[in-house]
Structure formats: C-alpha cells, structure tokens
Design a protein around this ligand. Structure first.
Ligand SMILES: Cc1cc2nc3c(=O)[nH]c(=O)nc-3n(C[C@H](O)[C@H](O)[C@H](O)COP(=O)(O)OP(=O)(O)OC[C@H]3O[C@@H](n4cnc5c(N)ncnc54)[C@H](O)[C@@H]3O)c2cc1C
Length: 178
C-alpha cells in the first residue's frame, strides 16, 4: 500500500488550496482505466514478476507463481514509461519497499512473486469533514467514522477511529465538552 494525499490526486493542476471532494473518484477512475487498457482491454489484470519489476524490465511470462485471478493476468511492464499502471511516486515507493521488507521477511521480494495492478479500493476516495467534537460540520448529531467517511485506511485505524468516535458520542450524551 502506498499512502497518497489530496495534493497527489487534485485534478485542477494547482499546487495548493482546497481540493474538490470528488477529485479522489476521478483519480481512482483514471488508474482503473489504465489497468483495463494494460490488461489488454478484456478484463484481464496487468501483472509483472517482482524480479522483473525491480530490474525495471517487462515480464513476458510468469514463473513458479501462477496468478489465480480469473479471467487472467497479462504479463506486462507495470512501470512502462509511456503507459505506467501507477503514478511515479507509487512505483518508486514499491520499488524501495519490497527489498526493505525482504530483509525482514525472507521471500517478500521473491523474484517469481506476481504484482497485479491496480488495487484502488482499499481506502475511501473521499472524506466527510467533521469538527473537533467529531460531529459532521453541517449535520449535527452525525458522526462520520471509519473507512467510508475517510478517517481510516485499514483495519487498525478504522478500529481506533471507532473507539474515538464512541467516546465522542458518550461525551456529547453526557453533555460534557470534548
Ligand atoms: C480488497 C481490500 C483489501 C483490504 N486489505 C486490507 C489489509 O490487508 N489490511 C488492512 O488493515 N486493511 C485492509 N483493507 C481495508 C479495511 O478492510 C477497511 O479499512 C476496514 O475494514 C474499514 O472498517 P470500517 O468499520 O470503517 O468499515 P466496514 O468494515 O466497511 O464496515 C461498514 C459496515 O457498515 C455496514 N453498512 C453500510 N451501509 C449501511 C447502512 N445503510 N445501514 C447499516 N449498515 C450499513 C456495512 O455492511 C459494513 O458492515 C482492505 C480493504 C479492501 C476493500
């Protein structure tokens, strides 16, 4: 997983200021379209051997690890300069992280492991803004929480946010200040 910020997906070309709430959807849709094209346009997923990805060369076949995804995975170059499957900073982060993880978990960067692109649905592409008391800014009594509201990107952060929101609800019910 590579973390991204609103600045990474803003669609208006500016480098600062508020980002449109729907820009995350446009970003997600763009990279999903790229995956469709890279997979050959028939709902196969684009894939690459980790060894080839790290050596920055295209995959033409898979090795000892056979992808199980149906209808199939097309061996390709996920980092092709003219048609990458991910933004540059994501490719760089993954290329840096795989060998680092491999030093802690032997085999993590196994050459025949298959990278399949692109996973865009692990986190919500929008955030419902809330105040210090964790209530929605424009709907009093509504507590946006967890993944779907844009306050978590994983199981642990969703759980922690849930605890914080439950505490905020309790504080409000008891009539105390947060
Ligand atoms: C493919 C995929 C892989 C992932 N892999 C990882 C991973 O490896 N590690 C990790 O940490 N995280 C991972 N995540 C992210 C993680 O699963 C989520 O961030 C986390 O589950 C979010 O928890 P949540 O409680 O906020 O939301 P959810 O778990 O989505 O819970 C929301 C609940 O609300 C219910 N609901 C929705 N609408 C209504 C309604 N109108 N009325 C009543 N109930 C409703 C839903 O049925 C659901 O039970 C992954 C996500 C995906 C999609």
């Amino acid at each position: 997983m590579v973390g991204i910020t609103p600045q990474d997906y803003r669609q208006d070309g500016r480098s600062e200021g508020a980002v449109s709430p729907l820009d995350g959807f446009a970003f997600q849709r763009y990279w999903e379209s790229r995956a469709y094209e890279l997979g050959g346009g028939g709902y196969q997923a684009p894939g690459q051997r980790v060894g080839d990805f790290l050596k920055q060369r295209p995959s033409t076949a898979f090795g000892s690890v056979e992808p199980s995804y149906k209808p199939g995975v097309l061996p390709t170059d996920l980092a092709a300069a003219d048609r990458p499957s991910l933004p540059d900073y994501a490719l760089l982060a993954i290329r840096e992280a795989l060998p680092a993880f491999d030093r802690q978990i032997a085999g993590f960067a196994m050459a025949d492991a298959v990278l399949t692109g692109v996973e865009t649905r692990t986190s919500s592409p929008l955030r419902i803004n809330r105040g210090k008391d964790l209530q929605s800014l424009n709907v009093a009594g509504l507590y946006p929480a967890g993944e779907g509201a844009g306050y978590a990107g994983g199981i642990m952060s969703a759980g922690v946010d849930g605890i914080e929101v439950a505490e905020a609800v309790g504080i409000a019910m008891l009539g105390r200040k947060a």
